[in-house]
Design a protein around this ligand. Structure first.
Ligand SMILES: NC(=O)C1=CN([C@@H]2O[C@H](COP(=O)(O)OP(=O)(O)OC[C@H]3O[C@@H](n4cnc5c(N)ncnc54)[C@H](OP(=O)(O)O)[C@@H]3O)[C@@H](O)[C@H]2O)C=CC1
Ligand SMILES: O=C(O)[C@@H]1CCC=N1
Length: 271
């Protein structure tokens, strides 16, 4: 059990983590504090919804915290860390969820030997299904990794990876849900165009995805083999897949992941 976790940044990712941590009862609400830059309404909302503590006083927030979660946008991290620096000690464990920002960068801005762990969760943390990757900085120990892993396991699965893999993982798993949501949005639009009511289309789309996930997990067949088994020669699936190929679907997905990974690298370099 952690003592106290403070969130620096109170946006969507912070909320996804807070929701996961509170709903699993891993932490009591009084063990969670959130702070942001200026938006008091947002802090009030988090306090009302999750019963956690909120404050604009960074010194007060850090004084009792053992884990400091950085959850601002990458562009804001340098300033945020400089604001926090006077109140940080080697006993704090920094846990970043920021895309692109390296552990080395954070260590340098803080300027002394402080344990830093970089993570990449996703918003499915809200429902305990985040696919999270973590990597440790120069001063974080295996115990720090275990501590963070047990914290993040409350919001889904956590794997430990090499830092150089983080850009690709950010594209695949951090941004990944948005790409699947885009697919679902497109399916819903198509359903509407072919005259299907959304009360009928939506549950069918969701159950189809759930079935696909379970098949991928339980079957020994590869995704392409599973696809082949659905594709009757001259049938409906073949017709649909040919259309996807005409629109260069696979190339589009590959370019999407590569571009997102490149963007993660750029976010790190801008610092
Ligand atoms: N959204 C996602 O799916 C995922 C996001 N991430 C990462 O999470 C991070 C946050 O993203 P997201 O939650 O979407 O962003 P949001 O824009 O929703 O939230 C950003 C938060 O940071 C706060 N903030 C900005 N500057 C400071 C500062 N100097 N000190 C304290 N707080 C500050 C803002 O406060 P205020 O409102 O007062 O300005 C706001 O609460 C990003 O770095 C992103 O890369 C990682 C994985 C998935
Ligand atoms: O879009 C972003 O930059 C963040 C990082 C991963 C998901 N959202």
């Amino acid at each position: 059990m952690q003592n106290k976790v403070v969130f620096i940044g109170a946006g969507s990712m912070a909320e996804a983590l807070i929701a996961g941590i509170i709903s699993t009862e891993y932490l009591d609400p009084e063990q969670v504090v959130a702070t942001n830059k200026t938006n008091q309404n947002r802090l009030d909302y988090l306090k009302d919804t999750y019963n956690i503590s909120v404050t604009q006083n960074k010194q007060e927030a850090l004084s009792q915290a053992d884990v400091v979660v950085l959850a601002m946008k990458p562009k804001d991290v340098e300033l945020a860390l400089k604001d926090l620096q006077p109140y940080l000690t080697r006993n704090h464990l920094i846990l970043s969820v920021l895309a692109g920002i390296t552990t080395n960068f954070m260590e340098k801005v803080i300027g002394f030997e402080i344990p830093v762990i970089r993570s990449m969760p996703n918003t499915s943390a809200m429902v305990g299904k985040s696919a999270t990757a973590i990597t440790k900085g120069s001063y974080a120990s295996e115990q720090h990794v275990e501590k963070v892993q047990s914290l993040l396991n409350t919001i889904g699965t956590t794997i430990v990876v090499k830092e150089e893999d983080m850009h690709a993982i950010t594209a695949l798993a951090g941004s990944g849900p948005a790409f699947y949501y885009y697919m679902v949005e497109s399916m819903e639009k198509a359903a509407e165009e072919v005259g299907l009511e959304s009360e009928i289309a939506k549950p069918l789309i969701m159950q189809t995805i759930a079935g696909v996930v379970e098949m991928l997990q339980s079957s020994s067949d590869s995704p392409s083999e599973l696809r082949r088994k659905i594709t009757s020669p001259g049938g409906t699936t073949q017709a649909g897949l040919e259309t996807l190929d005409n629109y260069h679907f696979q190339e589009a997905i590959m370019a999407c992941i590569k571009n997102a990974a490149t963007r993660s690298e750029e976010l790190g370099k801008q610092k």
